[in-house]
Design a protein around this ligand. Structure first.
Ligand SMILES: [Zn+2]
Length: 206
């Protein structure tokens, strides 16, 4: 275990997050260098034609774009948090899948949402699981998955954790024998030590 953003996480997961941050910073710096280079090289031609103020605006725009494209702002505002489920509900949404030949088809999907009261008192809805999608040969295709069978897997009082830099939540469910991997989101049996899909350690607080 290693201390990271005020929580104890398995070392391989901390390493994974550091790698993600490094990738984000490198992408940001590369894009920023290109943006600055383009601005400098185009200074004579664009500024002469359009005026200095217009060119400065383009320079600022070019400098800001890499910041958002690289995902940097998300890393800066992200924080680890813990909370408790106060409500479970299902919402109908529309998904889209590609047939692999350029055509995209919409399809209805059901998403299980959890209303979570964070330990700091704020409330938040998180998407826990979705039904109506299946992956086949790299493509997402509609699936008849029955959301009602899985609704009981989640209940009020379940603990939810979000860890800095990780997309998937760690949800401790009283009524389920499964836990999700915080790195790839795959479902695993609670007794497993590492994820069946990506091999990262499974977090086990309880
Ligand atoms: Zn995994």
């Amino acid at each position: 275990m290693a201390k990271f953003n005020n929580v104890d996480l398995p070392k391989d997961i901390v390493k994974y997050v550091y790698k993600k941050i490094a990738r984000c910073v490198i992408t940001f710096m590369l894009l920023e260098s290109v943006a600055i280079l383009i601005s400098i090289l185009s200074w004579q031609t664009i500024a002469a034609k359009t005026g200095v103020i217009f060119h400065v605006c383009i320079f600022v725009l070019l400098a800001v774009v890499p910041f958002f494209v690289s995902g940097f702002p998300l890393k800066l505002i992200d924080r680890s948090w813990a909370g408790t489920v106060t409500d479970v509900c299902v919402k109908e949404k529309t998904g889209a899948y590609s047939d692999g030949e350029g055509e995209v088809f919409p399809y209805p999907k059901n998403v299980i949402y959890l209303k979570v009261r964070k330990d700091d008192g704020k409330e938040k809805y998180i998407a826990a699981k979705e039904f109506g999608i299946r992956h086949h040969k790299g493509f997402a295709v509609p699936n008849e998955g029955d959301v009602t069978k899985h609704l009981d897997d989640y209940s009020e009082g379940d603990k939810v954790y979000h860890f800095y830099g990780l997309k998937h939540y760690y949800i401790v469910r009283k009524n389920s024998e499964m836990i999700e991997c915080v790195v790839c989101g795959a479902s695993n049996k609670k007794e497993r030590e590492d994820c069946v899909s990506c091999g990262h350690s499974l977090i086990k607080y309880i």
